[in-house]
Write a protein that binds this ligand. Structure first.
Ligand code: IMO
Ligand code: MG
Length: 431
């Protein structure tokens, strides 16, 4: 297999977990490059369902190396819990999981700050997962973050927490009316994490470089999606990391020339969880139907996802900012049985047609989606394993997406399990 980046092309929850699980079969190394335990990647194997938040979905395959890169923010407790849960379910997690020394840690004050900041925002709430993601990345950029490697330099680690708590406790006490935190208690807890994680902590940039030199194939697993990217998403209604393809370079320390393919995962319709603009949102019975049929409830927070039709303006943006070389369409079967299917082809703003996703929030909020309507299909596309066997109108729908975006569809997912997949491209070819 080539070296492939798998990136969400919408607002997350496109089905990246399932796709990565399937592609892992053809890869040697699966590496995540950003985000934290805000992600929720659902993988179904037989009758069993796994929801992964931090560990790459590749872990469910034996003998594949899984890497968590420097671009992640890791809450050690969540990682340890995830490792233990997997082990309980007989999934091996040992030397096959490597965690970057340079990844930043989510500290207890990050989640507290996340909650407080959200509660002050009123109707401008981002609707974060409350996991402390934003504050952890803020500390990283402000150069006051604490990295995984700091766990193994106890004196330095203690000094860093103590220093950080001066400001945090001042804010907690004087601005937010909350109890201050105790450096020693945090130190003791994190020293226990240090022990539990020691086996996995490593120089992941070197590991990946050696793998590439040895001709191994790397699958880069994105979390969240293009429209949640800190630079290219609907700022400030985004997550705090580089979810786009570019994040894979900085988030793991690899050069752009190592990448052969950038595949965008596209749900056959659109969903979004949390606040922020969503031009094709359907706040009616059609949206409700998509939610119920698609099981559109958050894998991390359980929140009902907002649902709407496919938005080609969003996807055009995703093709551009990620340099997508292929599309992966998921949840096609959820559209089975719709009489008519609308697809947004452009936006209208003050009488003008916009084909490119607008950058300014006030413009975006005032945009009206312009739809083209397509005939639906009554036959089932669920569990179909070849393109030819898909309903005729489903094939036409897919062809339309390909043509309008100018990017080929390379994989179609037609259900939850590993077998419900159609490959239109052979990824076996090596470099
Ligand atoms: P996966 O990897 C969908 C959303 C949150 C919120 C915003 C910021 O499963 O696709 P954060 O806690 O990251 O600061 O929240 O981002 N969000 C996601 N939405 N899928 C995800 O991950 C998400 N991770 C964060 O709902 O709107
Ligand atoms: Mg998810």
């Amino acid at each position: 297999m080539a070296n492939i980046i798998v990136v969400g092309a919408q607002w997350g929850d496109e089905g990246k977990g399932k796709v990565v699980d399937c592609l892992t079969e053809k890869a040697n190394v699966v590496a995540r490059y950003q985000g934290g335990h805000n992600a929720g990647h659902t993988v179904v194997i037989g009758n069993e369902q796994f929801i992964l938040h931090l560990i790459p979905s590749g872990i469910l395959h034996k003998e594949k190396l899984c890497v968590m890169g420097n671009g992640l923010v890791i809450f050690p407790e969540a990682l340890i819990e995830e490792i233990e849960e997997l082990r309980k379910r007989k999934v091996e997690v040992g030397d096959n999981l490597k965690v970057s020394k340079n990844a930043h840690m989510i500290m207890p004050y990050h989640a507290i700050m996340d909650g407080i900041k959200e509660s002050k925002k009123g109707d401008k709430k981002i609707g974060t997962t409350g996991r402390g993601i934003g504050p952890a990345y803020a500390d990283k950029i402000a150069r006051s973050g604490i990295r995984i490697s700091d766990l193994y330099w106890p004196e330095l680690f203690k000094e860093k927490i103590t220093n950080n708590l001066v400001e945090i406790n001042f804010l907690l006490k004087n601005l937010y009316n909350e109890e201050p935190l105790d450096a020693v208690a945090i130190y003791d807890t994190y020293m226990r994490y240090a022990q539990a994680l020691a086996q996995h902590v490593d120089d992941t940039d070197v590991i990946i470089d050696n793998a590439i030199k040895a001709g191994k194939q790397i699958l880069f697993e994105g979390a969240q999606g293009t429209m949640l990217d800190i630079d290219h998403g609907t700022y400030p209604y985004v997550t705090s990391s580089s979810a786009c393809a570019g994040g894979a370079m900085t988030g793991l320390g690899v050069g752009p020339k190592t990448i052969d393919e950038v595949l965008g995962v596209v749900k056959a319709y659109t969903t979004r969880v949390g606040g922020g603009p969503f031009p094709t949102e359907l706040e009616n019975n059609v949206g409700e139907l998509l939610r119920e049929k698609g099981g559109e409830y958050g894998a991390t927070t359980g929140r009902a996802r907002r649902c709407g039709w496919l938005d080609l303006v969003v996807l055009r943006h995703a093709v551009r900012v990620n340099g997508l070389t292929g599309l992966i369409i998921t949840k096609l079967d959820i559209l089975d049985g719709f009489d008519k299917i609308d697809v947004c082809v452009s936006y209208k703003y003050k009488g003008k047609i916009l084909n490119d996703f607008p950058k300014e929030l006030p413009v975006l909020e005032a945009c009206e989606p312009l739809y083209e309507q397509f005939d639906g299909w009554t036959e089932s596309s669920s569990n179909v394993q070849s393109f030819a066997k898909l309903p005729k109108n489903a094939r036409a729908y897919l062809k339309m997406i390909e043509e309008k975006l100018g990017v080929p569809i390379v994989i179609i997912s037609t259900g939850k399990t590993r077998d419900d997949i159609i490959y239109l491209k052979d990824f076996q070819t090596t470099r």
